[in-house]
Design a protein around this ligand. Structure first.
Ligand code: AMP
Ligand code: MG
Length: 419
C-alpha cells in the first residue's frame, strides 16, 4: 500500500510497521534484474550464477594415490610375518608409470600420481622398509582401495556442481576450475547510486564550521556497497533544497537499478526526500517498529528501487543490513538465505522499553565451555557510529521486550556479508 508522508505522520504510535512485515513487503515489490553477462571465472568472484553448471570431467579424472608410498596389489600383502615386493618403477604426479603391476611387484608412487594398472592399494612409505629394489613390511593388512582416491569421487562428469542463484565465492570458483569450466553466465552487476542529504554535511579534508559535521554516511555506504556484484555511484552531498534534491533524484534515476539516500526522511522542515519521491516516483513511507531506524522511505523512481534511509549513521547501517542487503540479493538473482541467528547469554543488563524491535550492537564471544556470550558495546544512540565499529553482531530484542537481565538468553545476528 502506498501512503503519503502526511498520512504516516498522522499515524498513531501503534501503526508502526513491524520489521519482518516491512522486509516481506519490500521483497515482494522488487524484481530480479534479468540482464546476464558471460565472464571469465576470475571475474565471476562475488557474482550470482544464473545457470546450472555441469562438470566437464570427472574430478579426480583418474584413480590416484592419497599418499607418498608404494602402489601394491592388496592380495600380495598378507598378515604374515614378512611380505617382500619388487619395486618395478615409479609413478609421479603428472608422470604416470606405464607398465602393469603383477604378483609380488609394486611401484613407487607419489601423492596425486596415477595408480598403475594392476595395483589396487597404496602403502605409506613410513610403513615399509626399502632395501635396493625391494620393499618389505610386516603385520600389515592392506585393504583394496587403501589410500586410493577414485575417479569422480569429488565430482562426476555431467553432474550439476552448482545451481543457479548461488553467489560465487572462493570455493565455488575453485570448484568450477577443478571441473574445467572457464567461463560462466552471471547476472549483470547491480548499479547502485547513493547520496547524502543535509546542509550540515561537510566533506572530509575541510575544517568544520559551527553546526557542521562530517558526512560519514557516504563512506559507510561506499564500504557496504563495495562488493564485486555492485557498480556503485557516489553522487555526493545534496543540500536541503527542493530543487537540488529533485535534480539528484533525476540523475540517480537515469543511471541506477537501486538508489539509496540518507537523511531527509524525518518530518522536519528541511526534509525533502520523501516529498520528492512522492512527486517523482512511487512512495511508501513507513514508520518502522524498530530502533534505530524508525523512518524509512521505500519506493520506485522510474525503474529504480528507492530507499530513503534515515540520517543517523547507525540507522543507515542497521536499515541497510536488514532491508537493503536482502533487496540487493533478490535483485541480483541470489537465492534467499536464512539469516544466521544464535542464542547467546547476555553478560549484562540491557535497557529497553516495549514498543519497537531493537538492534543493539553487541560483541559475541565464545566461552571456554563452548557456549556463546554477548556483551553490549555501550551507549546505543543512533548517532554513535563507534558502537558499530566495536560490534560483531546485532542483539535482536523483540518489540515487546522490556529489557534484558544479566544472564538471560538473547538472539544475536552475527555480521556476515557486511564489509
Ligand atoms: P535527518 O534525517 O536528515 O534529520 O538526519 C538525522 C541525523 O542524522 C541528524 O543528526 C543529521 O545531522 C545526521 N546525518 C544526516 N546525514 C548524515 C551523514 N551523511 N553523515 C553523518 N550524519 C548524518
Ligand atoms: Mg537532514
Amino acid at each position: 500500500m502506498t501512503t503519503t508522508p502526511a498520512d504516516c505522520c498522522a499515524a498513531p504510535e501503534q501503526k508502526l510497521l513491524p520489521v519482518e512485515q516491512a522486509r516481506q513487503r519490500i521483497l515482494q515489490a522488487v524484481q530480479t534484474v534479468t540482464a546476464v553477462e558471460q565472464v571469465h571465472l576470475r571475474s565471476a568472484l562475488g557474482r550470482v550464477l544464473v545457470e546450472p553448471l555441469v562438470a566437464n570431467v570427472d574430478v579426480p579424472p583418474f584413480a590416484n594415490s592419497a599418499m607418498d608410498g608404494y602402489a601394491v596389489r592388496s592380495q600380495d600383502c598378507s598378515d604374515s610375518m614378512k611380505t617382500v615386493l619388487e619395486v618395478i618403477g615409479a609413478s609421479f604426479a603428472g608422470r604416470p608409470f606405464n607398465g602393469e603391476v603383477v604378483a609380488h611387484q609394486c611401484v613407487r608412487i607419489m601423492t596425486g600420481a596415477v595408480l598403475p594398472e594392476g595395483a589396487d592399494a597404496v602403502l605409506m612409505q613410513e610403513h615399509v622398509k626399502r632395501d635396493g629394489e625391494q620393499i618389505s613390511f610386516a603385520g600389515n593388512s592392506v585393504k583394496p582401495g587403501q589410500n586410493v582416491r577414485y575417479a569422480g569421487e569429488d565430482s562426476r562428469q555431467g553432474d550439476t556442481v552448482l545451481e543457479p542463484g548461488i553467489k560465487l565465492g572462493a570455493a565455488e570458483i575453485g570448484l568450477l576450475a577443478s571441473v574445467g569450466v572457464s567461463e560462466v553466465r552471471v547476472s549483470r552487476r547491480l548499479r547502485v547510486a547513493f547520496f547524502s542529504t543535509g546542509d550540515e554535511l561537510t566533506a572530509i579534508g575541510t575544517p568544520l564550521a559551527k553546526g557542521q559535521i562530517y558526512d560519514s554516511n557516504r563512506y559507510a555506504l561506499f564500504g557496504m556497497l563495495s562488493t564485486p556484484g555492485i557498480e556503485c555511484y557516489d553522487l555526493g552531498v545534496i543540500p536541503d533544497q527542493r530543487e537540488a534534491v529533485r535534480a539528484a533524484f533525476q540523475q540517480a534515476g537515469e543511471m541506477a537499478d537501486l538508489i539509496l539516500t540518507s537523511g531527509g526522511v524525518s518530518v522536519g522542515e528541511a526534509d525533502y526526500v520523501t516529498e520528492t519521491l512522492a512527486e517523482l516516483g512511487e512512495i511508501n513511507f513507513w514508520r518502522m517498529a524498530m530502533k534505530p531506524g524508525k523512518p524509512l522511505a521505500f519506493g520506485k523512481l522510474g525503474n529504480a528501487v528507492f530507499f530513503g534511509l534515515p540520517g543517523n549513521p547507525v540507522s543507515v547501517m542497521v536499515t541497510f543490513y536488514q532491508f537493503v542487503l536482502p533487496t540487493i540479493g533478490k535483485m541480483s538473482g541470489e537465492k534467499a538465505r536464512q539469516a544466521l541467528l544464535i542464542q547467546a547469554r547476555c553478560s549484562e543488563d540491557l535497557k529497553k522499553a516495549p514498543g519497537r524491535m531493537e538492534f543493539q550492537r553487541g560483541f559475541l564471544k565464545r566461552q571456554s565451555d563452548a557456549s556463546w556470550s554477548v556483551s553490549s558495546t555501550g551507549i546505543q544512540g543512533s548517532h554513535v557510529l563507534s558502537s558499530m565499529s566495536k560490534s560483531n553482531c546485532f542483539i535482536l530484542l523483540p518489540a515487546e521486550s522490556a529489557g534484558v537481565k544479566n544472564g538471560e538468553l538473547v538472539t544475536v545476528q552475527p555480521f556476515l556479508d557486511f564489509n
